[in-house]
Design a protein around this ligand. Structure first.
Ligand SMILES: C[S@@+](CC[C@H](N)C(=O)[O-])C[C@H]1O[C@@H](n2cnc3c(N)ncnc32)[C@H](O)[C@@H]1O
Length: 188
């Protein structure tokens, strides 16, 4: 059984799936999984690194609407960010989304110390995953979850990230064989 979303969101997601390759969107399965994770852990504050046109952000934001949470999402290119904002507005989630435009590392480095996230989705520059991981660590809540995309499709580029999380005693993780491969990590 598919999850129940409102008609306009279902239509928007289906429309965006037609241009999935142009915008490097996650597969639907990853969207459904993250939507469930957020609801299961009752996440309140999520960070997405790599907005593109907002496809994955819609899956995250729809779950966060149910948990009374908020999504911060970072994108380098203003044109993609503008498309994402339109999609968030169309699907009624823009009120809980904070879109930030610029280089992910610069933005995260400038977060206030008290900025905390309990769910982080990493899907931007593959070679920078390890940097994102190091930079977000001080901004994670105690029981935070991290999901990172393209773990098997870009295995060589993300290896330093896997090594970093593997050698960090605070995290347990597993790689899930959805298309592209995701790493799911939990700090406990
Ligand atoms: C794989 S796409 C994201 C797809 C999106 N998560 C989805 O599934 O709908 C990666 C996005 O990250 C952006 N990006 C790449 N490097 C970045 C960086 N250093 N800072 C911010 N955004 C970046 C790209 O412009 C691109 O839109």
């Amino acid at each position: 059984m598919d999850i129940i979303l409102d008609e306009i969101t279902n239509e928007t997601l289906a429309e965006l799936e037609k241009t999935q390759k142009d915008f490097w969107n996650i597969p639907r399965k990853t969207g459904v999984l993250m939507n469930m994770f957020i609801k299961m852990m009752n996440a309140k504050s999520a960070l997405e690194i790599g907005t593109s046109n907002g496809y994955s952000g819609l899956w995250l934001a729809k779950a966060l609407k149910e948990t009374n949470g908020r999504l911060t999402t970072i994108e380098y290119y203003d044109k993609r960010q503008s498309i994402a904002i339109e999609n968030f507005k169309k699907c009624g989630v823009f009120d809980i989304v904070r879109p930030l435009q610029g280089s992910a590392c610069d933005i995260i480095e400038n977060f206030e110390d008290n900025e905390k996230f309990d769910f982080v989705f990493i899907d931007a520059n593959k070679r920078e995953y390890v940097k994102y991981f190091e930079l977000i660590k001080p901004h994670l809540t105690q029981k935070a979850m991290i999901v990172a995309d393209n773990i098997t499709s870009h295995a060589e580029k993300v290896q330093t990230f896997i090594d970093a999380i593997d050698s960090d005693d605070e995290f347990q993780y597993e790689i899930i064989e959805v298309p592209g491969g995701i790493l799911v990590a939990y700090r406990n």
